[in-house]
Design a protein around this ligand. Structure first.
Ligand code: SF4
Ligand code: SF4
Length: 440
């Protein structure tokens, strides 16, 4: 098989053996969910319900706060117990708490949206928007925004990311094995939006079973090509995936649409299929709960808003030597000091390291070996950007294209001096953005 790839990148241990052969299990109904109104990039949603209201599954409980925003829906039926600020990953957000009545009553608005062939591209985008769909690979960018480029940007290639290059995570892998038809349907909907006859689904070659099953499922539509990708991190990053599949290079500071491409995750495609076929908005997702710090690692289908500690409990709970909790994978996930947080649309993984695994080695001086430059898939000079970031010289950090950093962590992974490269660059990026916002 001709395997496609990109320049740069690294080969961290896959560590997928904990969960790759575990079929998706459905979590028990939570007695209470806490649904944040900010679960995506862009403006938070505003509440449509108040304390005491009775809500049903799939009911819209938060209205989108603008174009770059999405509505939020109830993941269970029951009574609204509170609408207040609560802790979420990385801060706090207005959150709607619902007590489960265990009736699982579906809201009247949840209805199939008709046959795909009868829907226009515009109607499909509207369905996606109203279903509150965001990128489910972790970034949480509102999908309808991605699908609405300005008129001068012509999209001629649609790509689905089935690489799941992040170590430990296997939720996309299990979805491809267990629900390939949904993904293919979602891909057809995306192709219809842009009136395209062809689309690509990229899968890394460490997932032969998924490749086989997806190839079989795609047979019904000869325009959908399942393409093999070299197993390399970060193969699933948008720009790297576009480059591997089409050979096109997204320019510095540019978006995929600049080269006529739209990339979505396979789980996002499945959510689109669900929104069209059953009319159910995005109220649940598959999450990989994994690592040596959890007793019974699983791929588990959770209702959005279920607390992280309750999800871990359903996977046997923690071992006695827990050292670190990460939301997402080890490369791009976010560490959390607490598990008393609600799950969201982007909770792709809950990774638990033991104390020994969590120990951070002391950084030493840069020896100018250049390994970080070689590994950087964005062709940056991480050592320079980081050095400027650490002395707060944002002008120079920006000059060295800090904003092109995709925060993949490849540079930190290969650095023999264990320099805090990605962490310092990430902070610099936030500060540059903040400065830009203020100067506007
Ligand atoms: S500089 Fe950014 S994009 Fe480059 S390797 Fe480091 S984290 Fe990845
Ligand atoms: S990999 Fe580490 S030691 Fe080598 S040049 Fe980059 S920052 Fe310096």
């Amino acid at each position: 098989m001709n395997l496609l790839s990109f320049k740069g990148g690294i080969h961290p241990p896959h560590s997928k053996e904990y969960t790759e052969n575990k079929p998706i299990k459905t979590a028990v109904e939570p007695s209470l969910v806490h649904i944040p109104l900010r679960q995506h990039i862009g403006a938070p949603a505003s509440p449509l319900v108040k304390v005491g209201d009775i809500v049903k599954v799939g009911q819209k409980i938060g209205e989108a706060g603008g174009f770059v925003s999405v509505p939020i829906h109830a993941s269970i039926s029951g009574i609204v117990k509170s609408v207040k600020n609560q802790s979420v990953l990385g801060g706090s957000a207005l959150t709607i708490s619902i007590e489960n009545d265990l009736k699982n009553e579906i809201h009247e608005s949840v209805l199939p949206k008709g046959k795909l062939e009868d829907l226009s591209g515009k109607e499909i985008i509207e369905i996606i928007k109203e279903a509150g769909i965001v990128g489910m690979g972790g970034a949480g960018f509102p999908t309808h925004v991605k699908l609405s480029p300005p008129p001068d940007k012509k999209i001629d290639v649609v790509i689905l990311n089935g690489a799941e290059c992040e170590p430990y995570l296997t939720n996309d892998y299990r979805l491809m094995i267990e629900n390939p038809e949904e993904i293919i349907f979602g891909m057809e909907a995306l192709m219809k939006i842009f009136n395209l006859k062809e689309g690509y689904i990229g899968i890394e070659n460490n997932k032969p079973e998924a490749f086989k099953i997806m190839t079989q499922a795609a047979k019904r539509n000869p325009g959908i090509k399942i393409v093999g990708l070299k197993t390399k991190y970060p193969q699933g990053a948008e720009k790297q995936l576009i480059n591997a599949i089409t050979g096109r290079q997204v320019p510095s500071g540019g978006l995929p649409m600049e080269v006529g491409a739209v990339v979505n995750n396979v789980a996002t495609a499945a959510a689109i299929a669900n929104a069209i076929q059953s009319g159910m908005p995005l109220i649940e997702r598959i999450c990989t709960v994994t690592g040596r710090g959890v007793k019974d690692p699983q791929n588990i289908r959770i209702k959005i808003g279920t607390m992280i500690n309750e999800i871990v409990e359903q996977c046997g709970g923690y071992t006695d030597d827990v050292g670190k909790l990460i939301m997402g994978g080890p490369m791009m996930g976010i560490a959390s000091h607490t598990d008393k947080l609600p799950s969201t649309k982007t909770t792709s993984g809950i990774l638990v390291f033991t104390e020994k695994e969590a120990k951070i080695p002391e950084p030493s001086a840069c020896i100018k070996c250049g390994k970080c430059v070689e590994a950087c898939p964005s062709f940056l000079q991480p050592s320079y950007i980081s050095a400027y970031a650490l002395i707060d010289n944002l002008v120079m950090a920006e000059k060295y294209n800090a904003m092109d950093c995709i925060e993949c962590g490849s540079c930190s992974f290969v650095c023999p001096s264990k320099r805090p490269l990605v962490d310092s660059i990430r902070i610099a990026k936030r500060e540059i953005l903040e400065q830009r916002r203020k100067s506007k």
